[in-house]
Ligand binder design. Structure first.
Ligand code: FES
Length: 107
């Protein structure tokens, strides 16, 4: 089963998140994460994996930082940037998967 990872650092605070995805039949069959960050980053990372697991790659690409914050019943204003880690690292993992495991149409 092809795997890929996406990494993102938060320049404002120095925290970072790595998301690992396993893809089967264009679906996220499994997803995990390694985070170095605040409590909001840990919660956002965990919620990102819950929202993305079982979705198609295209559906998972639509997950936003707002979706993650909403699923957590909101975050304090000064912690909203922590939810960006999850959405962006997931997007990075999917983009890396596309780059390595899919044929690209050359225009
Ligand atoms: Fe750094 Fe939350 S304070 S990710």
């Amino acid at each position: 089963m092809p795997t890929e990872k996406g990494v993102l650092g938060e320049p404002e605070c120095g925290d970072s998140l790595t998301i690992y995805i396993k893809v089967k039949d264009n679906m996220i069959a499994d997803i995990s994460f390694l985070v170095f960050g605040c409590v909001a980053a840990v919660a956002s990372s965990s919620m990102t994996t819950q929202l993305a697991r079982g979705k198609s790659l295209e559906e998972a690409l639509q997950i936003t930082d707002k979706d993650i914050a909403d699923a957590l019943d909101g975050l304090p204003e000064h912690k909203i940037h922590c939810s960006v880690l999850g959405a962006s690292a997931l997007k990075n993992a999917i983009e890396n998967y596309y780059m390595k495991h899919r044929d690209w149409e050359v225009k």
